[in-house]
Design a protein around this ligand. Structure first.
Ligand code: GUN
Length: 302
């Protein structure tokens, strides 16, 4: 048996088309478009490429997009003041500060300064709390977990009563996706186990999973014999394991490997996300969805 591939690249296109249609309708009815500011401090190459992609996607959907680039030397006080100005700006519905920040800036202070109702990353403690309560309290689910849930739902994988095992307990992926999958409702209502670096027998837990979500950051951690036949495997790992020359562009590009031994796992799993092209494309898509949701809240549409 070969697993069905859950292609984030294709699902992304469907969702972006849905969002573009909604943006168009809101613009016609209300005369406004979603406004997103991406604040980039310094010139970290990975951050530049993420932000460039976010800007491109926002433009494609017809959003107002401000790319606010700041020098790596900006003081914490000035960065907080900048965020304060965007908090007050009625044309901005989403504020994203690209991480990581330079060492002299307290990341927590910066994230906590963003108005929770514009925190489209979903990292502010108020939004973490809203997510934990669940249901109609949820405002902005963090983008990568929201993307994972969309992939599971749109792939038609049954979650109701399913055994979900999450490998990893980060604040950005492991903890929120575990929380989301145990809530009542669509694409959730599962029995969730979270395993991590102190877990005694990783294999034992993984083997029980109907849905295995791996966000450990360890290339090839999950072995094929840990996968229950027919399970849905979501690989969040994006590990740079080397470089190659791209056939398309002739440029050097990173060789990416997931946390799951993909070639062997796809012979056992029922469905599986590839790396790249699985979870990765969903994160920015969900950022766009959250920014639109922020405008819809303001307009009293949700
Ligand atoms: N850096 C890497 N991923 C992310 C993300 O999802 N949000 C922000 N703000 N910074 C990041």
């Amino acid at each position: 048996m070969t697993a069905k591939l859950i292609m984030g690249t294709e699902i992304r296109e469907t969702i972006l088309e849905e969002l573009a249609a909604e943006v168009k309708a809101i613009k016609q009815t209300h005369g406004v478009v979603p406004g997103l500011v991406t604040i980039l401090v310094g010139a970290n190459p990975a951050s530049i490429s993420y932000v460039t992609l976010k800007v491109k996607t926002a433009h494609r959907l017809g959003y107002k997009e401000i790319q606010d680039n700041q020098a790596a030397t900006i003081s914490e006080k000035d960065l907080l003041a900048l965020i304060g100005r965007y908090n007050q700006d009625d044309s901005i519905h989403g504020i994203l500060v690209q991480l990581p920040l330079p060492k002299h800036i307290d990341e927590k202070k910066v994230l906590n300064a963003i108005d929770p109702d514009k925190d489209v990353d979903g990292f502010h403690p108020v939004n973490v709390g809203r997510l934990m309560i669940g249901g109609s309290e949820v405002r902005f689910p963090p983008c990568t977990p929201a993307g994972i849930q969309e992939l599971i739902v749109r792939a038609g994988v049954k979650t109701d009563g399913a055994e979900v095992v999450v490998v990893g307990r980060s604040n950005i992926v492991g903890k929120p996706i575990a929380n989301m999958m145990l809530q009542k409702g669509k694409g959730a209502n599962a029995t969730v186990t979270v395993v991590h670096t102190a877990t005694r027998d990783l294999a034992f837990h993984c083997k029980r999973a109907d849905i295995l979500i791996v966000a450990a950051g360890v290339p090839g951690l999950v072995k094929p014999e840990w996968i229950k036949p027919g399970a849905c495997v979501i690989d969040v790992g994006v590990n740079r394991v080397g470089e190659k020359v791209s056939e398309k562009t002739g440029q050097k590009v990173a060789i990416l490997k997931g946390d799951v031994d993909f070639d062997a796992a796809k012979q056992i799993a029922g469905s599986i996300t590839p790396v790249p092209g699985g979870v990765g494309p969903m994160t920015i898509t969900m950022l766009m969805k959250n920014t639109l949701k922020s405008l819809k809240f303001k307009l009293g549409m949700v």
